[in-house]
Write a protein that binds this ligand. Sequence first.
Ligand code: DNO
Length: 407
Amino acid sequence: MSHASVTAPHCLAEGFRWFGPADQTPLSHIRQAGATDVFSALHDIPYGELWSREAIRARKQQIAGAGLRWSVVESVPVHEDIKIGRPDDLARLFENYRETLRNLAAGDIRCVIYNFMPALDWVRTDMRHVLADGSECLRFDPVQLAAFEIHALKRAGAEKDYTPAQIAGAGAWWETLSDAARDHFIKNIIDVFPGCKWGLSLDDIRAMLARHARLDASALRKNLARFLDEIIPTAESLGIRMAIHPDDPPFPVLGLPRIVSSETDFDAILRMNGSPANGLCFCTGSLSALASNDLPAMARRFAPRIHAAHLRSTQRNADGSFHEADHLAGSVNMPAVMRALLDEQDRRRAQGREDDTIAFRPDHGHTMMDDLKKPAGITPGYSCIGRMRGLAELRGLMHGLRFAEAG
Ligand code: DNO
């Protein structure tokens, strides 16, 4: 007797990030993890340059050859001059971005993630925080960041951003570190830009910050509005959904403004341009580091404009530090977020929207099991087994919610 397999109806598309051929995780492992969709980018193309149709086609074929679909671009990076609003080369940068979107649409890729964090992408202070079960995760500690700013970078005015207790704690902690430990710590902080090691030095960071010296939140907002004016009409005409990634962590670091951190920020951004092509990458991990972000409420409120999701959790501590928790633990109410996303898919289907399936990926994972024995890769947070655990847990949650509906 044969049994029909039981499939949960209309789930989110299961994605996995892939950094391209240099990634330690091969596509075959992504497929074995059960993902169907790949979030990837042409990381070797410098920020601001054009992605050619040929390069996009080749990458897409490579992914398809492994039985997977390149459905989400993460990211087409926004050149720093656009964020700063430096006028010299803007027309060319905007046209390159639009032409890249045209080339992606020609390859039938219609969801593009980007961020608008100036100078840095995500920031942590410890890439190998050891948890009680022996696995390792990423951690952010404001006292350690204060030590970095005050004692390593020596950023003028950094003290203003910390409490006296944090400043004292930073000094005391810095004193406990040997020279080698200090070097390692500094390298960790400045060397984790996603997907590439730029080998930046403290002087590079100082020069970068100097270029941003006059950029405050309102100027950054103006530059984002301009970017949206330049890009969204083209995206809309191509059927491409743009998804802005929240700031990680969702508060200013190194004196740089952050404008994509909260419900108020999302609201302002979605109002800057009312096109459905102007949407969000709902990253629960990033947003959850700010206690005032009510994630299920935000997921419900912004659901029609959520074009992609990063699902993970953080554990916040009273001292302002946080670490990346298991995907279904920590402070994120993941069942409620998942429920909101599934409900949105139902609404889209009822409305006949073409984009009635939202792709998510387990964002980061703990380094565990055999991955602990591997040489540290270029991409902290992206070891395979921990992300596979996250994906499996999220899949179970999603299927469970769907089956419970069916009774
Ligand atoms: C971190 C990621 C981010 C994200 C970019 C999107 O692991 O979530 O680096 O890819 O900010 O542009």
